[in-house]
Design a protein around this ligand. Structure first.
Ligand code: 3PG
Length: 401
């Protein structure tokens, strides 16, 4: 992939950068800065090169209409503070309207203009489906004089929208930013060409969210560790009592297929051998450690024997990819499994450790192990689709010229 390092002289040039600033905001206050911080290396480099930056991103799902709570306005001061330069925000519901065009024209070297939520225009999500979307993509590209487009929005790479894929048709030079480069390296190349032993840890509530991830990873890993709610679908498929635990009845055959596939491929597939079960879904509920889930109870975490088993399986691993918590880690009483596995991954020596998106990222951050991991993905859906082995439209569009 061509990156911003391949850009020649861009001093004084307008550069359009697609970021993923889709961050959680509550009462106007940003709750998590991962994605904003993730974008900084690219923005700093472009500023160093003397570019005039025009930044765009979506926020939430406003369905083509301005929704005040989904404005990108709160992102501007956060960027300004981190970059130490002024960031102008243009409150234009048309995103590429007259006021935006004017500000883009007046932009000076080392200045930043942040556009309004690209999804305030319904065309944004319709690229390739109607002409109006094509026109919108063209308007976005015109803001940087159809010159240089930088895609650094890994979190959005699984979408083929106007502001990440459409614009590439109208810009002369399309490259990826450092964040995108890093994500491709760790989620793509590491998985394709892993140092071995390669261990994947999958958790989270549902098997159905990870069907293709499990299938794809079984072709690559030496060991696959399964925890979290989805372990109960596997347990039930093998005829075990799972009480009131989460279980997807329609995925039992699939679970059996995966168990068989693991055998065929000589992949060690590990499932919980004991559990922390609780009565109700709350931290205050009665709970106990059991080898088999009781009727009327639900498994909310992996038990101590399972923790030991999984830790052993991680010993000596050279590549680890982790997606999804081992239990209901939001509740203290059911957080131990996730915490212990997190510690074991963090303590690995000379291993590449990749945390792939969503809840597992929150868990790693909350438990204080973020600095100890090689890479923490900023993608949710995008990182899952990457682990499925799919070609992501945002990634492929970035160098189609
Ligand atoms: C995400 O949060 O996963 C990305 O920003 C993509 O958002 P979307 O699911 O609304 O397209």
């Amino acid at each position: 992939k061509k990156t911003i390092d391949d850009l020649n002289d861009i001093k004084g040039q307008k550069v359009l950068v697609r970021c993923d600033f889709n961050v959680p905001i509550k009462d106007g206050v940003i709750q998590n800065y991962n994605r904003i911080d993730g974008a900084l290396p690219t923005l700093k480099k472009l500023l160093e090169k003397g570019a005039k930056l025009i930044l765009c991103s979506h926020m939430g799902k406003p369905k083509g209409e301005p929704v005040r709570e989904l404005s990108l306005a709160p992102v501007a001061p956060a960027l300004a503070q981190r970059l130490g330069v002024a960031v102008k925000f243009v409150s234009d519901p048309q995103v590429t309207g007259e006021s935006t065009k004017k500000l883009a024209q007046q932009l000076k070297e080392n200045e930043i203009l942040l556009l309004e939520n690209t999804r305030y225009r319904e065309e944004e999500t319709k690229y390739g489906k109607d002409e109006a979307a094509d026109k919108y993509a063209k308007e976005l590209a015109e803001l940087c004089d159809n010159g240089v487009f930088v895609d650094d929005a890994f979190g959005t790479a699984h979408r083929a929208h106007c502001s990440n894929v459409g614009v590439t048709k109208y810009c002369i030079e399309n490259v990826v930013g450092y964040l995108m480069e890093k994500e491709i390296k760790f989620l793509g190349e590491t998985v394709e060409n892993p140092a071995r032993p390669f261990v994947a840890i999958l958790g989270g509530a549902k098997v159905s969210d990870k069907i293709n991830v499990i299938n794809n990873l079984l072709d690559k890993v030496d060991t696959l560790i399964i925890g979290g709610g989805m372990a109960y679908t596997f347990a039930r498929a093998q005829g075990e009592e799972t009480g009131s635990s989460l279980c997807e009845e329609d995925k039992l055959d699939y679970a059996l297929d995966m168990i068989r596939k693991a055998e065929d491929k000589k992949v060690k597939l590990l499932l919980p051998v004991d559990h922390v079960e609780g009565k109700e879904f709350s931290n205050e509920t009665e709970f106990k450690i059991v080898d088999h889930i009781d009727k009327g109870w639900s498994g909310f975490d992996i038990g101590p024997k399972t923790i030991e088993l999984y830790k052993k399986a991680l010993e000596g691993a050279k590549t680890v990819v982790w997606n999804g918590p081992m239990g209901v880690f939001e509740f203290e009483n059911f957080a131990k499994g996730t915490l212990e596995i997190c510690k074991a991954v963090a303590d690995l020596k000379d291993a590449v450790t990749v945390i792939g998106g969503g809840d597992s990222v929150n868990a790693v951050k909350r438990l204080g192990f973020a600095d100890k991991m090689t890479h923490i993905s900023t993608g949710g859906g995008a990182s899952l689709e990457f682990l499925e082995g799919k070609e992501l439209p945002g990634v492929s569009a970035a160098d189609n010229k």
